[in-house]
Design a protein around this ligand. Sequence first.
Ligand SMILES: *[C@@H]1O[C@H](CO)[C@@H](O)[C@H](O)[C@H]1NC(C)=O
Ligand SMILES: *[C@@H]1O[C@H](CO)[C@@H](O)[C@H](O)[C@H]1NC(C)=O
Length: 327
Amino acid sequence: MKGGLRFALCASLLLFFSLYLLEAHLKDLYDQYRAGTYLVDWLDRNGAVRSPAFNDVPGDKVVVMAKLQEEPTDWVQEELPECVYDLLFDKIKLGSILIKPLPNSWQRAIYIVNPSEDARSDSNVLTTPLNKGHESMAYLTYVIDHYDALPSTIVFLHAHRAGFLMAWHVDAPLHDNVNAMRMLRTDFVQQNGYVNLRCNWNPGCKEGHRFNQHVTEQVWWDIFEGTSTPPLNHSSPYEQEYSEYKYMRKPDQIGAACCAQFAVSRSQVHKRPRDDYVKFRQWIIETDLNDSTSGRVMEFLWHVIFDMDAVYCPDEELCYCQVYGKC
Ligand SMILES: *[C@@H]1O[C@H](CO)[C@@H](O)[C@H](O)[C@H]1NC(C)=O
Ligand SMILES: *[C@@H]1O[C@H](CO)[C@@H](O)[C@H](O)[C@H]1NC(C)=O
């Protein structure tokens, strides 16, 4: 009995100690994956997501996406339909039926970055000039091709919909992009201009993440030279003579929540001329950096491109409230 008690005591001590170690190790991962919130949302999965009743103009928003040919994206048309109609009986003219498009309808622009011969020759399939720069090639191609006819809200999304691990970077209930889109406060997108769909600071916004290895002085220079930003350095006496003194230098810190899923308003896109976007895409096409590295660079620069501060890290609680209405 005594031995049994001692064994139980030791076992529980050992257990607590392991749990303690495990906790320290997993805290960072837990934080990154928002595991606790995920669990709470999962338990409440039938009640968690309510579509807010916005006054969106139907179809005045678009989901822009890059996908590999083999990636399934049926979820976009199934869950974010182009046209949602509400059948209403017209009370005045009895017998006739009004069809009213609901606010929550989306345009879709899904680019296949690695199209087969068949796909490339199919005029219904959107493709990019090159498969490089990860999703950025598709994002920029959309902006360039639709610059003069953009909807009010443009959302740039990844192709995979959900999953605790697979879509860990989706920062909406159940790591699900459909929830993210249903909850997204498009009114806040209009107000703020640029909205990162991820509020979680890990990774991208934590202090140590803001000294970016990918965006070197040279890369910054190559990307922004000749575009409408960075702004001219008027305090430089050499402004006219030497181009290296002409522009603002790369900020020491560049930071935003990771993973290149964000929403912008049309007016935010229009703060730059179309030529800037052409120039950014040309940089991706011409750079020696490979697909993933050039994609990484762009991932860290979207918020700068869309006119936010070099470190754009809103308070997490405030972000969930403003972006998703989770207050
Ligand atoms: C502007 O130019 C001056 C003089 O060359 C330089 O000292 C300063 O650091 C520059 N400012 C920025 C923000 O690049
Ligand atoms: C791309 O370049 C980076 C940095 O040079 C390298 O670490 C990575 O392995 C390369 N990826 C591929 C797929 O070649």
